[in-house]
Design a protein around this ligand. Structure first.
Ligand SMILES: C[S@@+](CC[C@H](N)C(=O)[O-])C[C@H]1O[C@@H](n2cnc3c(N)ncnc32)[C@H](O)[C@@H]1O
Length: 404
């Protein structure tokens, strides 16, 4: 006999809560109740996008409940999976074929959402600001835990925000939903005891600190143009001072729209400059800590890999959009050669950071700390040889890209 959809959904929600608890992300009863009672299917709507193909052939394929059947759709909804719900900042995709592009909104992996909510360490009266409403699912979990009146959520895309509002109302939640740039926070409903971002930032927006209540906590992902990423917990000590550390896990989120890397200059720099054999090669770009460290060393740098005609190895070109410096990495014989030009030697900087981290014993990301003041945002690592530190892009850049 067919199980009614609402019974099946409730069963699947309990199963999801069990799995999240077993995985260690779900730790408290109040958040378990939220997972068991908020219907994720309402927030996913009637279409998700699945990744198909690889590399240059990678595409996205729309999937609807009609394609898989109602029961299978519900099982997918309650998988511990991120589902992409929008591509390329639009919902208008011509035809029904595979679509090329980048996700611009998604329903985050429930296990990650709940672990971030646990890290938020809310008390029953906490007023929460969420940046990145998306489908509204995480907003609904917050409303379930704290009550509608304590939740403010900001979404930059008005179409996504409208759909989230409809879904939230259908599930019985009415938080304050704001359409706008979450990097500016929402002063009118401040102060906030807790701030959580489900999109990533290159630097902590000063508005978040300014709108934080005493002893507020911020949970966000820091990311950047070299695809380094990490989840942080920041405790706001004063409106102009916060301190925190990286949390365990290889966690990344789509960047806040104003923090997306600018398009790369299509005109390549000359293949000339200071020449030497590289000690560290481009393999660091395929490594979680390698990308993170390279980005700390060179926060305005982006890279491109190119396959030369008839070549066996790709060539890498790095460019710093703030200074104009560049570096090439070219495979020669059994090693990588670097050619560096412009006002600073980019590959020297990246290598120095990477080698200093290795000398410190290659510690994991959770040993890095962060300090935010009005003049600088600094990441630090205590190494046996002394403290290593790097400065994040300056706070004003939260709202402005170099060269704009
Ligand atoms: C990963 S999704 C959010 C997932 C959501 N919390 C959920 O559970 O469905 C990230 C969202 O952040 C939004 N976003 C990106 N930049 C933003 C910004 N500057 N301010 C507010 N929202 C932003 C995107 O449009 C997207 O909907």
């Amino acid at each position: 006999m067919k199980v009614p959809a609402d019974v099946l959904a409730a069963r699947l929600r309990r199963g999801l809560a069990d799995r999240l608890a077993e995985g260690g992300g779900l730790r408290t009863h109040a958040w378990r109740l939220a997972i068991e009672q908020v219907p994720r299917e309402v927030f996913l709507g009637d279409r998700i996008y699945q990744h198909v193909g690889y590399a240059a052939a990678a595409r996205w394929q729309a999937l609807t409940p009609g394609d898989v059947g109602e029961d299978e759709w519900l099982s997918m909804v309650y998988e511990n999976t991120s589902w992409v719900t929008q591509l390329n900042g639009t919902d208008e995709h011509a035809g029904t074929g595979a679509i090329q592009g980048e996700p611009s909104s998604s329903s985050t992996l429930p296990g990650l959402v709940v672990s971030m909510l646990e890290h938020l360490e809310v008390h029953d009266d906490a007023r929460v600001l969420e940046i990145g409403t998306g489908t509204g699912y995480s907003t609904a979990l917050l409303c379930h835990r704290l009550g509608d009146g304590r939740v403010t959520s900001i979404e930059v895309d008005s179409g996504i925000a409208a759909r989230a509002q409809t879904a939230l109302a259908a599930a019985g939640y009415r938080p304050a939903l704001i359409v706008g740039d979450g990097l500016a926070g929402h002063a009118a409903r401040s102060p906030y005891d807790r701030i959580i971002a489900t999109c990533s930032v290159r630097t902590i927006p000063s508005a978040w600190l300014a709108q934080a209540a005493p002893e507020a906590r911020i949970i966000t992902t820091l990311s950047g143009w070299l695809f380094g990423s990490g989840l942080i917990a920041l405790d706001v000590v004063r409106p102009d001072y916060a301190t925190g550390r990286f949390l365990p896990g290889a966690i990344s989120f789509m960047p806040a729209r104003a923090h997306i890397a600018p398009p790369l200059n299509p005109v390549l720099p000359p293949q000339e400059g200071h020449k030497r054999n590289a000690v560290v090669g481009p393999e660091i770009f395929t490594d979680w800590m390698g990308r993170f460290l390279a980005q700390l060393a060179a926060p305005y740098v982006q890279y491109l890999s190119l396959m030369p005609d008839g070549g066996d190895w790709p060539q890498y070109v790095l460019r710093d959009s703030a200074s104009g410096a560049y570096a090439w990495l070219i495979h020669r014989g059994s090693t990588w050669m670097t050619l560096q030009g412009g006002p600073t030697r980019l590959w020297d900087r990246i290598e120095q950071t990477f080698l200093a981290w290795q000398d410190a014993g290659s510690p994991p990301q959770q040993e890095f700390t962060i300090e935010v003041t009005p003049t600088a945002q600094t990441i630090r690592l205590d190494a046996p040889t002394g403290q290593l530190s790097w400065t994040l892009p300056s706070v004003g850049d939260a709202f402005r890209r170099p060269g704009t």
